[in-house]
Design a binder for this molecule. Structure first.
Ligand code: PLP
Length: 426
């Protein structure tokens, strides 16, 4: 496939190896359309194998005097380094690995807010997943901190700098932002939003969970202070990953046991690490490197990763375009997100819609019966669902593509929805 546009580097000119990719994911089958990727992606063989191998060779605590323990140490170090390369971080010391993005955010919110109290303010958004809202609300409530809400623009579907500016003041301690929405698919201008927040002297915490499966994060370029993501959304195991500036992580109060290590990153990694899953995380980053090399990328790990993202973005674009076009042509369907092709670089291929007569749940159920996997509900984008006036439980139907999906799957889901709507048309 010829290179199209991307959000960064020049396009490689190699064919996208979709057949080899699909063969590498044992869960993918031609009689199933797996389109619930924003809920969690499938795993390539190297990730599955790495988890199994670690369970065989490294099922041990860290820091011991025998081989299995030394292997666990090695895996942990490689996992942190790989995550650092993936996110553009300075080193693995800036990477905290935990159970999930939500757990890590609860932990960091509690630690950060400890230093603040009445008179201090934090800003959360109405586009974020609850994983980047509730932890701040609860910590703020405990400390008497004022919470301000940043709405999203209903025309552009994004968090806009002009809406952030009036909320910022010298009292603002932190702004919690969403990189890409798990409901609307919008990519927010987080670098600019971060710039404004930093000018006001606030810390910035970014949720990149839905961005990392589709495009490259560069924490240095963003200028934020913390960024969280989840490896099960980018072809890895169920782990949360937090990047934080080393100086901040080194100072931040850890809610840890008294005798825990005080060095980074262990300082914020509470309890025994999930070594086997960390092996899977390292392999997931290795998968990006393989993909980058297969798509014409050359050079260092980070260059290969950037090449992989660029090839994925390029491949996903026509699929997303076909999906949005097809849904728009169906009577009664309204898409909740950017539909203007000129703005497709401002969204990921996560497409949510409602139908004027059919509940989202009934559509998702009917598709599920045909082996077409999609999700319905508010999907924890709880404030967004409320702002859009959606039924709180029923929410939207969400179709989320990944780089291993095919145009045939997009055609299949569109045809199935069309048939469903026609068969029940009044
Ligand atoms: C945008 C976004 N943020 C946060 C989360 C929560 O991630 P985790 O399951 O790792 O807590 C999700 C999960 O769907 C998400 O989509």
């Amino acid at each position: 496939m010829m290179g199209h546009r991307t959000r960064g580097v020049a396009a490689p000119m190699t064919q996208f190896p979709i057949v080899a990719i699909r063969q590498d994911f044992p869960a993918l089958r031609d009689d199933i359309a797996f389109l619930d990727n924003p809920g969690g992606t499938q795993l390539p063989r190297r990730v599955i194998a790495a988890v199994g191998t670690a369970m065989t060779r490294a099922a041990s605590n860290l820091g011991g005097y025998f081989q299995a323990s030394q292997e666990a140490d090695r895996i942990n170090e490689l996992g942190h380094t790989a995550a650092a390369v993936l996110l553009g971080a300075a080193s693995g010391r800036e990477i905290v690995i935990g159970q999930s993005m939500t757990m890590l955010t609860f932990q960091i919110a509690r630690s950060l807010c400890r230093a603040w109290g009445p008179g201090d303010e934090i800003i959360v958004t109405r586009l974020d997943h609850e994983g980047n809202v509730s932890p701040w609300l609860l910590a703020a409530q405990e400390r008497g901190i004022t919470v301000r809400w940043l709405p999203f623009n209903r025309d552009t579907w994004r968090l806009e700098p002009e809406d952030l500016l009036p909320l910022l003041s010298e009292r603002t301690r932190l702004v919690a932002l969403n990189y890409a929405s798990n409901m609307t698919g919008s990519i927010n201008p987080v670098a600019l939003l971060t710039h404004h927040a930093k000018q006001a002297g606030a810390l910035v915490y970014i949720d990149a969970v839905q961005f990392t499966p589709h495009d490259a994060v560069d924490v240095q370029r963003l200028g934020c202070d913390f960024l969280a993501c989840s490896s099960y959304k980018f072809f890895g195991p169920h782990l949360g990953i937090l990047w934080g500036r080393e100086a901040l992580l080194a100072e931040l109060y850890p809610y840890a046991v008294r005798c825990a290590a005080r060095s980074l990153p262990s300082r914020h990694e509470i309890g025994t690490p999930q070594t086997e899953l960390i092996a899977g995380l390292e392999a997931a980053v290795g998968y990006f490197e393989w993909l980058g090399a297969s798509c014409g990328g050359r050079g260092e790990r980070r260059s290969l990763i950037l090449a992989a993202y660029q090839a994925m973005t390029t491949y996903e674009l026509p699929l997303m375009s076909e999906l949005i076009d097809g849904l728009r042509s169906l009577p009664g369907v309204s898409i909740r997100g950017i539909v203007d092709p000129a703005r497709f670089s401002e969204r990921v291929p996560t497409v949510s819609f409602t139908h004027q007569r059919h509940s989202s749940r009934s559509i998702a159920e009917a598709l599920g019966r045909q082996n077409i996997y999609v999700w319905s509900g508010h999907n924890y984008a709880y404030e967004a669902a409320r702002l859009l006036g959606l039924d709180e439980d029923d929410g939207v139907v969400r179709i989320g593509l990944a780089h291993y999906n095919t145009i045939a799957e997009v055609t299949a889901v569109l045809r199935a929805i069309d048939t469903l709507l026609q068969s029940t048309a009044s």
